[in-house]
Design a protein around this ligand. Structure first.
Ligand code: MLC
Ligand code: AMP
Length: 487
């Protein structure tokens, strides 16, 4: 089913119903329909057409939603960019995606590298406001690419996953049904809209079910209690770091929030079973954990009805096939660890301009996730780690290689390796181990240079100096032999 037809259940069929609240402003679904139609006209006026790329580098705001729906209507390829990305990440993504322009705010425009067309979000919105509100003919079909979402590659440079309108339709339709979204729901949306958790799951469950959404610019743990008490959500989606923060609220507040909360979904990083248990004790709500990826959207989920088993990600979603394979690609028996391979209408079309990476990740029509897990005899899947040394901090992915390459460019650094160390809130944080020429290496200056070039969550929490890195006979760094780091 075309993605827009699924949105139309709300945009057209519930046009007078209240849809969204953002910063004290309220919008009906009819408003959302009109705003995106006006933006389509403004974008066409600026020469955009089906297949063009348009990037956004914005904190959560209504204009991101307008841009996304206009992208669906016009057949654009939208390129969401993490607001925490800095010079190095931005240069790479924008050079690779070659968008017509980047839509951003005046506060953030300064981070965009020279030579890239920058469209001010407020100027674009003002231009849209004077356009006709009617919908123009829509050209998209399910195979039309809708988004290019960058996900870090093991080589250090991130790759753009090409997600089609059909991928988002399959994912949204399944989640709306499986998680019983309905128009009476109130969804508190604090996840960033530049990643698939907030965008593909959050925005689409909202639009396809016609529920109400309160959008915040970002998650702020100091304001969480106020938001929950004031908005009284029935649904909340978060990364584990958010649920860990919510455990800090007083018991009485937690109980009040929990009494109204129909569904709390966790994903993007492992949810410790202990957090699952504590959340149930304090909130009386059993977190539903699910597992997905940028390339595949959602794959596996604990059931809405039935046991939501702590420490597991549940069972494959209806549109997804999952097999667990050994190194040779042969399925393993239940109870044996292996790599998860997935197949389904949710899986992206490949990596943008990277036939090599696409060929490496797909085999016989299956996508190799790189995640290692095990299936119990009753079908529940437990994730156990990754084939690569990915670090996940607060739900944001970090590939050590990218940071290592940058550290190695710094004066006085002879060797460098980066590992994830346990952190009570964010799950993991990156720590660098370096071998340096002490007369030349300047830790403060190195840290400052890294900060200006990389997202804040990639900044090493420490530079631990060693005489030599532990290596195998073949010279490969043995990360597990590094001395532990204590903050
Ligand atoms: C985070 N920060 C932001 C920000 N989000 N800064 C500006 N705007 C935002 N939107 C920065 C802060 O400046 C700070 O930087 C650091 O992140 C932590 O901030 P905090 O306020 O102390 O927050 P904390 O309570 O620790 O919680 C962090 C968090 C953040 C949960 C808000 O980690 C987050 O938004 N995570 C969501 C990631 C996500 O959506 N992942 C989905 C990927 S899709 P500093 O300098 O102090 O570090 C995927 C597939 C799937 O994985 O399965 O879903
Ligand atoms: P991203 O590339 O940002 O989309 O991150 C996808 C990765 O996040 C997956 O490959 C997993 O390693 C991880 N992930 C997502 N959901 C979960 C989960 N529930 N438990 C553990 N890891 C998860």
């Amino acid at each position: 089913m075309p993605l827009l037809s699924l949105f139309d259940r709300s945009l057209l069929a519930r046009s007078t119903r209240l849809a969204l609240e953002f910063n004290g402003h309220a919008f009906t679904f009819g408003d959302i329909e009109s705003r995106s139609n006006q933006l389509v006209q403004a974008l066409r006026g600026r020469g955009l057409k089906c297949g063009d790329r348009l990037a956004f580098y914005l904190q959560n705001r209504v204009e991101v939603i307008d841009l996304w729906i206009a992208g669906v209507k016009l057949g654009l390829i939208v390129v969401p960019v993490n607001v925490l990305y800095r010079e190095r990440e931005l240069k790479h993504i924008l050079a690779d995606a070659e968008p017509v322009a980047v839509v951003t705010s005046s506060e953030m425009a300064g981070f965009i590298p020279d030579g890239i067309a920058v469209w001010d979000v407020d100027a674009l919105a003002a231009e849209a406001r004077v356009q006709l509100t009617e919908r123009l003919a829509v050209v998209a079909v399910p195979d039309t690419p809708l988004a290019l979402i960058y996900t870090s590659g093991t080589t250090g440079a991130s790759k753009g996953a090409v997600l089609t309108q059909g991928n988002f339709a399959a994912n949204g339709l399944t989640l709306t049904r499986e998680w019983r979204f309905n128009e009476e729901d109130r969804y508190l949306a604090t996840l960033p809209l530049f990643h698939v958790h907030g965008l593909a799951n959050g925005i689409h469950c909202w639009l396809m079910s016609g529920c109400h959404m309160r959008l915040t610019e970002r998650f702020e743990h100091a304001r969480a209690a106020e938001w929950f008490e004031d908005y009284r959500p029935t649904v909340f989606f978060g990364v584990p770091a958010m649920f860990i923060r919510l455990l800090e609220l007083p018991l009485e507040t937690a109980q009040k929030i929990g009494a109204r909360l129909r569904l709390a979904v966790s994903g993007s990083a492992p949810l410790p079973a202990e957090v699952h248990d504590k959340f149930r004790e304090r909130y009386g709500s059993v977190i539903l954990e699910r597992y997905g990826m940028t390339e595949t959207l959602m794959n596996v989920s604990n059931p809405y009805d039935g046991e939501r088993r702590p420490g597991t990600v549940g069972l494959p979603l209806p549109h997804v096939r999952v097999k667990i394979c050994d190194e040779a690609g042969e399925p393993v028996a239940d109870g044996t660890s292996g790599e998860l391979w997935v197949q389904g209408t949710n899986v992206c079309a490949g990596y943008w301009r990277r036939p090599d990476a696409t060929a490496a990740a797909w085999k016989d029509g299956w996508f190799r996730t790189g995640d290692v897990g095990v299936r119990a005899p009753d079908g529940y899947i437990t994730l156990q780690g990754r084939r690569s040394d990915l670090i996940i901090s607060g739900g944001f992915n970090i590939y050590p290689r990218e940071i290592e390459e940058l550290i190695l460019e710094q004066p006085g650094v002879r060797e460098a390796t980066v590992v994830g160390m346990a952190d009570p809130v964010r799950g993991e944080v990156p720590v660098a181990y370096v071998v340096v020429d002490a007369a030349v290496f300047d830790e403060v200056a190195t840290a400052a240079r890294l900060r200006s070039q990389l997202a804040s969550f990639k900044q090493p929490k420490a530079f631990v100096r060693l005489e030599a890195l532990p290596r195998t006979a073949l010279g490969k760094v043995q990360k597990r032999l590094l001395p532990p780091w204590r903050s």
